[in-house]
Design a protein around this ligand. Structure first.
Ligand SMILES: Cc1cc2nc3c(=O)[nH]c(=O)nc-3n(C[C@H](O)[C@H](O)[C@H](O)COP(=O)(O)OP(=O)(O)OC[C@H]3O[C@@H](n4cnc5c(N)ncnc54)[C@H](O)[C@@H]3O)c2cc1C
Length: 374
């Protein structure tokens, strides 16, 4: 039996590791010439850490990451709105692990034999023929397998072939990200500042580096904000609390990454006979809960469990869908709502929101966290 995986991102690589552990012949096809993740840092939260533990691949990731013990939400003047402490998330050691994306991809890739990964292979479609799945590539070649796992991200060609209406939807804001040196700043706390001009997140990813991200509301086709460079971002956030201006001062245009934020409307199907959607291909979410990659890792754990239980792969795909769809869709919906609340620009409504967040009793927050982290 051979399973084709389309996409060599976090979902595809983790899935290949899991299938290897099950002794299943696997091949990964990646459209880019090199596995080179776009993006700066990433926070892996406790649900995904436990999934990595289940798969037996957590050690190297924990060693390479910076444990985040709490994330504070702060207003633009520096007043704390809410602190997410590890004890209120779970009883384990970390609230989350902050890691450079490149490091994570490298660690995952190193678990796999080299001859399993094919780069510069952009899949454009698939077809079912004589009980097999044929994956067709842009270069005219194709690959044959017994099953296909589509892990090709938010713009998945496979998902769009199966569900043409599942095009990504814009969330209403743009995100800029980068990594800067932390040796002078010495920032040790992860924070997200909520202000009327947008959000600014700061996450230490190791002793010397911090990952920052900024989100600003914008019409999808607004040329002005879409073309913001560092100079414009510095002006935009000039009155935000320290160290926001200092961090932007240390950043460079060359290392600035811009992403208009999209998700997909929750799907009601992930399994399509011999084809399964996982990761962002199945449930791309806005990054407000920091759960996109975590959900992809959770997917892989559940798929491993279902196949390991002895089911045939097609039934395992269906059981996977049954177990994953509700939670993955809850994350999409909750994250999108949180994004609209966190991006409020009106000063009065923003103050009201901050008071409500501050006064929300711990047990309510705890209940919501449990739904995400369990
Ligand atoms: C600003 C921002 C911040 C985020 N922060 C976090 C965070 O802190 N924590 C978290 O858990 N998540 C976070 N996420 C979400 C996370 O990045 C994604 O959920 C995660 O990368 C999904 O992994 P994936 O492997 O499913 O998809 P992707 O990472 O998109 O990987 C898909 C892979 O498939 C390849 N591919 C695409 N099309 C084809 C094709 N046709 N043929 C072959 N290969 C193809 C791509 O090149 C890519 O390598 C964030 C997202 C954004 C935008």
């Amino acid at each position: 039996m051979k399973i084709l995986i389309n996409g060599g991102g976090i979902a595809g690589l983790t899935c290949a590791i899991a299938l290897q552990k099950l002794g299943i012949e696997t091949v990964v096809f990646e459209s880019t010439p090199e596995i080179k993740p776009v993006g700066a840092g990433l926070v892996i939260q406790s649900n995904a850490i436990r999934a990595l533990e289940y798969l037996g691949i957590e050690d190297k990731i924990i060693d390479a990451a910076n444990p985040i013990n709490q994330i504070a939400i702060i207003d633009e003047k520096g007043n704390v709105i809410k602190k997410q402490k590890p004890s209120s998330i779970n009883r384990e050691l970390f609230a989350g692990l902050a890691i450079h994306r490149h490091t994570l991809h490298q660690i995952l890739k190193n678990y796999l034999p080299e001859n399993l990964l094919f780069t510069s292979k952009k899949a454009i479609s698939f077809l079912n023929k004589d009980g097999k799945v044929i994956l067709q590539f842009e270069d005219g070649s194709n690959a044959e397998g017994d099953f296909l796992i589509s892990a090709d991200g938010i713009n998945s060609n496979i998902r769009l072939q199966l569900l043409p209406d599942s095009k990504p939807r814009y969330a209403g804001y743009i995100c800029w990200r980068s990594i800067v040196d932390n040796s002078d700043l010495k920032i040790s706390e992860a924070t997200e500042t909520w202000g009327s001009k947008g959000r600014f997140g700061i996450v230490p990813i190791n002793e010397n580096k911090i990952y920052w991200y900024a989100t600003i509301n914008s019409n999808q086709f607004d040329v002005k904000i879409n073309h913001y460079n560092l100079k414009k971002l510095k002006e935009h956030f000039s009155d935000y609390r320290s160290p926001v201006p200092e961090i932007l001062e240390k950043s460079s245009n060359e290392k600035l990454i811009k992403n208009p934020i999209f998700d997909i409307k929750p799907l009601n199907q992930f399994a399509f006979n011999k084809v399964l959607l996982i990761g962002d291909a199945a449930h791309a979410t806005t990054p407000n809960l920091g759960q996109g990659a975590c959900q992809a890792i959770e997917d892989v754990m559940v798929l491993h469990q279902e196949i390991a239980s002895g089911k045939d792969v097609q039934s395992a795909f269906k059981s996977f869908e049954k177990r994953r769809i509700k939670k993955a869709n809850y994350i999409i919906n909750t994250s999108r709502k949180l994004g609209s609340i966190a991006q409020i620009e009106n000063k009065f409504l923003a103050s009201l929101r901050n008071v409500v967040f501050k006064l929300t009793p711990e047990f309510i927050t705890e209940h919501q966290f449990k739904k995400i982290y369990n």
